[in-house]
Design a protein around this ligand. Structure first.
Ligand code: ZN
Length: 119
């Protein structure tokens, strides 16, 4: 897997974890029961997200910031030639370059980062 893609997936995972925690914050009972300092946990997650983002190439980071402005998932799987972000079929001309691990690919329709689950 492209090393930058691994970072993107890490960031996506951290962000979804953050959303779950932020939602839990509304539930005071849960907070008391588990003695979780959610504010501190969110701060830790934010710091970790920034840390991982620091490893991204500037142009990839800029694109990521553009995508997450509009959408929650910035990285989606490509399965059988279909982008699972917008469910548009990616042209086969683009698929031929997909085996290359040197390049990051983006869906032409929704702009999300794509990763191939076929390996
Ligand atoms: Zn798409």
């Amino acid at each position: 897997m492209h090393p930058q893609l691994e970072l993107l997936l890490q960031i996506q995972d951290l962000k979804s974890q953050r959303r779950e925690l932020a939602d839990a914050d509304n539930n005071q009972l849960e907070q008391l029961e588990f003695h979780v300092d959610i504010e501190q946990a969110l701060t830790n997650l934010d710091a970790k997200i920034e840390e991982v983002k620091g490893g991204l190439e500037p142009r990839i980071r800029a694109r990521l910031d553009r995508i997450v402005d509009r959408q929650q998932r910035a990285v989606v799987p490509l399965i059988n030639g279909t982008c699972y972000g917008c469910f548009t079929t990616v042209p086969t001309a683009n698929l031929s370059t997909f085996s290359s691990r040197e390049q990051l690919h983006n869906c032409e329709n929704c702009g999300r980062f794509l990763y191939s689950v076929q390996g």
